[in-house]
Design a protein around this ligand. Sequence first.
Ligand code: NAG
Length: 124
Amino acid sequence: MASTSLNLFSAILLLILLSKGMSQRCSTNDLQISQDKTGVLVQAQPEFEVKVLNACPCLQGNVKLGCNGFQTTDEVNPLTLLKSGNECLLNNGSSLIPFSQISFKYAWDTQFSFKPVSSEINCN
Ligand SMILES: *[C@@H]1O[C@H](CO)[C@@H](O)[C@H](O)[C@H]1NC(C)=O
């Protein structure tokens, strides 16, 4: 009798944990990218500040943004954004903590549209 109710209890607990896990699942698309002109010119090019927000309750590491054609006259710290082929590695691959954002600046005559390409999600 006691073991039956214990089993029931642990089954319910498992269900609660599972449903919590489901609702907390996030994806690479939960990286919200916004940018604005800073008003500063760098080598005669307008400067932009890009903010990448991890809008989910899980860690997101090894974040890569599409970078094909990205150029800047403003030097970007490679630990923040490292261009490698058609992708840029964000934050040196380190995890973005939930609901935090990181930012970087670049300067070019046109705004570059950054899109998240991949990330490793850790919901522990
Ligand atoms: C950047 O990442 C590399 C590879 O993971 C690591 O060896 C290096 O220590 C990191 N640099 C900093 C400053 O965290």
